[in-house]
Structure formats: C-alpha cells, structure tokens
Design a protein around this ligand. Structure first.
Ligand SMILES: Cc1cc2nc3c(=O)[nH]c(=O)nc-3n(C[C@H](O)[C@H](O)[C@H](O)COP(=O)(O)OP(=O)(O)OC[C@H]3O[C@@H](n4cnc5c(N)ncnc54)[C@H](O)[C@@H]3O)c2cc1C
Length: 379
C-alpha cells in the first residue's frame, strides 16, 4: 500500500490549511470559550466541497473516496477538532445515511442541499437511556395512513439545534427486535419537531450537541429511508463508515498535539539544554510518532477496504479504537511535554487534550469497539 498523499489529498490539505489560517485559527479560542457553533464556517466548507466529500458529483458533491475524506477530517481536526467532528457528523452520518439508503427521489431532493451546506445535517440514534445499547430505544413511530407519527427524545445529537434536516431512527416494531426500527428524514419546521437543551461539554465545544424532540410529529411515508424495519441495521452500516471518520478525527488531534509538543520541546530549555535532549521527553515523542504512524496505517487499511466495497466492520472498529486511544494518550503526553504551559489556554495542547476524549466515546465507545472486534475475530 502506498500511503503518500495523492494529488487530490494534497489539494485538499493545501486548501484547508489556507482556509484555516484565515477562517478558523483566529477564532477557535473564542468559539471554544463561548461554546459557539460557527454555522457560517460550514457554509464556507460547503463552497469548498467539503460538506459532500463522498457525495457523487451528480448530486452536487465532490465525488471523492474515503482516502480524500480522511485527509479532509484530519486536516480540519489539526486546526480545530470541533470543526472536524461537525464536518464528519454531517458527511458520514446524516448525508451518508441518505447516500447509502435513500431512493433516487430522496437523493435528488436532499443530497444537493446537504453537499452544498444549504442544509446542515443531524443524525439521531442515541437517547437519554440508550447509548451503547441504541437498539433499546424508546422513540416510536406509528403508521397512520400515509404518515408516521413520531414520539420521543433523542439526546447527544450533533447539530440538533442548528441543523436543517435530521435522519432519525425510531422504533416501529417490538423492543429488542433488530428489524423493528425505521429511519426517517425529518426537516426543520415539521410540526411536532423541535430541539433544546444544548449540552455544556468538556471538549468539542464549538460542535453543537443537543436534544431532538418529537411530539406527535407527522412525517410522510415518502420520508422513510429504505425498508420499514431496516433502520437499525442501516444505522450499524452507517457507523461502520462513520468510525473511519472518528478515527481520522483522532489522527488529526494526535498529529496536532504531537507537532506542538515536538516544536516546544526543541525550543524550551531547562538545565542548559532543550528538553528534547532529555531521554524522558525524547521517548515520549518517539512513542507519539510511532503510535500516530500505526493509527494512520489502520485507518488507511479500513478506508481502502471501504473504497473497494469490501466488508470492513473489523478494520473500521480496530482503526477507531486504536486511533481514539492514541489521540487521548498523545494529547495527554503533549500537555506533559509543555509542563505548566501545557496546562494553560495560551497553547493549543490543552484543547487537544479535552477534545480527544470524545473520540473514545462518540460513534461507539472504546469498550464497544472491543466488543465488535472480539465478535468479528471469535465469532
Ligand atoms: C459530543 C458528542 C456528540 C455526539 N453526537 C451524536 C450524534 O450526532 N448522533 C447520535 O445518535 N449520537 C451522538 N452521540 C452519542 C454517542 O454515540 C454516545 O454517547 C455513545 O454511543 C455512548 O453512549 P452513552 O453516552 O449513553 O454511554 P453508555 O452506553 O451509557 O456507556 C457508559 C459506559 O459503559 C460502557 N458500556 C456500555 N455498554 C457496555 C458493554 N456492553 N460492555 C462493556 N462496556 C459497556 C461504555 O463503554 C461506557 O464506558 C454523541 C456523543 C457526544 C459526547
């Protein structure tokens, strides 16, 4: 496998770096301090083709593969992990679900709006009482004529308030039946559909997370994605691809933290020499570089399988699990390398440290990834 950047990846990386200098770096601290979700940035990312990275050109997307998608998330995460997370949730979860399971009319109706960021997308699976055990959800959808009536609350939903459209999975059959859930597309403004309770978070503070609320929300039958009853199975397939994006997010965070630590270690002097000359610090940097390389290999392996249309449940879970844990470890060590300065908001590593933790939780915790891996290898 050749992991050097192809022409598209180079173009994407350059474009994001240029964009970030002007549009992200000067503002990220303010967004983080105030938990401000910068919607306008996502509109501009839409203009750059980064809100429909995997969407074919016929639906106004960029038509790239997972290889380019990883680069886009990684580069955004280096600049601001919150922007990387929101971009990933929009692309892989909401847009990805419609792309994989929507019919022709649904794709024509929603994908161009999502790919250009005219619409910001949300994806609702998690509830207050069902996270890892998402299949036990309480939100229900009941068929009445040509409509479905949805009742319930989804929690921890990225873009719940600012999103224009949500893909939502609700129970349409018996509790516990994997084929008893259905996926619906619901647009903002639909009667009975609202959002509330923005969460005050440890990290990823510029990525909005809140509740989606359904109170006798009437959704037309034509908004059902795929077959009635297939929603949970679809969601698991969406998450297979989504895990690559969280792995890429972790990779970007780890790279950002490592680069900051490496640079600082060469400049900071104690006992008359740069701290990088102390083996204790040099070995931390050596571990970081090695673990980042290993993450990258796992991620590109999962992505290349996905690009070839091969089953990659095991590879995606391994990449997500490893890369997330590496992101937390590298960010933690980066704070240590910067000592007291690493503990302040004057340097970027404390934000990487806070943001990295999301990677071991979102789209399936590390424990759940290990369950998936164990099931795949043991049977
Ligand atoms: C910032 C953020 C954004 C998010 N965005 C979205 C979104 O857009 N859409 C969406 O649907 N969801 C979203 N989520 C929800 C996320 O996917 C869940 O938080 C995650 O799946 C874990 O669920 P939970 O928080 O309920 O934890 P729980 O499931 O309650 O888990 C708590 C602990 O128990 C462990 N555990 C649970 N079950 C097992 C088991 N069987 N074996 C071993 N350990 C176990 C977990 O690993 C964890 O350590 C988001 C979450 C966050 C924090």
């Amino acid at each position: 496998m050749d992991f050097s950047y192809n022409e598209n990846q180079k173009m994407i990386a350059d474009m994001i770096q240029q964009f970030g200098k002007k549009e992200i770096t000067p503002f990220f601290k303010e967004w983080d301090d105030n938990q401000f979700f910068p919607v306008e940035i996502f509109k501009k990312l839409g203009d750059l083709g980064l809100m429909g990275v995997l969407v074919p050109e016929e639906y106004a997307g960029s038509g790239f593969s997972y290889t380019e998608y990883i680069t886009a998330i990684e580069q955004l995460a280096i600049l601001d992990p919150s922007i990387g997370l929101s971009m990933a949730a929009h692309n892989s979860l909401c847009t990805g679900h419609i792309l994989q399971f929507g019919n022709q009319a649904q794709k024509e109706r929603w994908l161009p709006k999502l790919a250009t960021a005219e619409y910001i997308g949300a994806w609702g699976l998690t509830e207050h009482n069902t996270g890892s055990d998402a299949g036990g959800m309480a939100t229900t959808a009941v068929k009445e004529g040509n409509h479905w009536v949805i009742n319930g609350v989804k929690n921890f939903i990225t873009h719940a308030i600012s999103g224009d459209l949500a893909v939502v999975i609700a129970r349409t059959g018996e509790k516990g039946n994997s084929y008893g859930k259905t996926a619906f597309v619901i647009e903002k403004g639909t009667a009975g559909f609202s959002s509330a309770n923005k969460l005050d978070k440890l990290g990823m503070r510029a990525s909005e997370t809140a509740e989606l609320i359904f109170d006798n929300c009437k959704v037309p039958n034509k908004n059902v994605l795929g077959n009635v009853g297939d929603g949970f199975i679809q969601a698991m397939k969406v998450l297979d691809g989504g895990r690559i994006s969280i792995a890429a997010l972790g990779l970007g965070i780890a790279k950002g933290a490592y680069q900051a630590a490496l640079q600082y270690s060469k400049e900071r002097e104690q006992f008359g020499k740069p701290i990088s000359k102390f083996q204790a610090i040099a070995f931390k940097l050596a571990d970081m570089a090695t673990e980042i390389e290993a993450s990258e290999l796992l991620i590109y392996n999962a992505a290349s399988k996905k690009n070839r249309g091969e089953k990659m449940t095991l590879d995606g879970a391994m990449a997500k699990y490893y890369s997330s844990e590496v992101a937390v470890k590298v960010a933690t060590d980066a704070v240590q390398v910067l000592g007291g300065y690493g503990y302040t908001k004057d340097f970027p590593v404390e934000r990487y440290y806070r943001d990295s933790k999301l990677c071991t939780i979102g789209e399936g915790t590390s424990e759940i990834q290990k369950l998936v891996i164990a099931k795949q290898i043991i049977g």
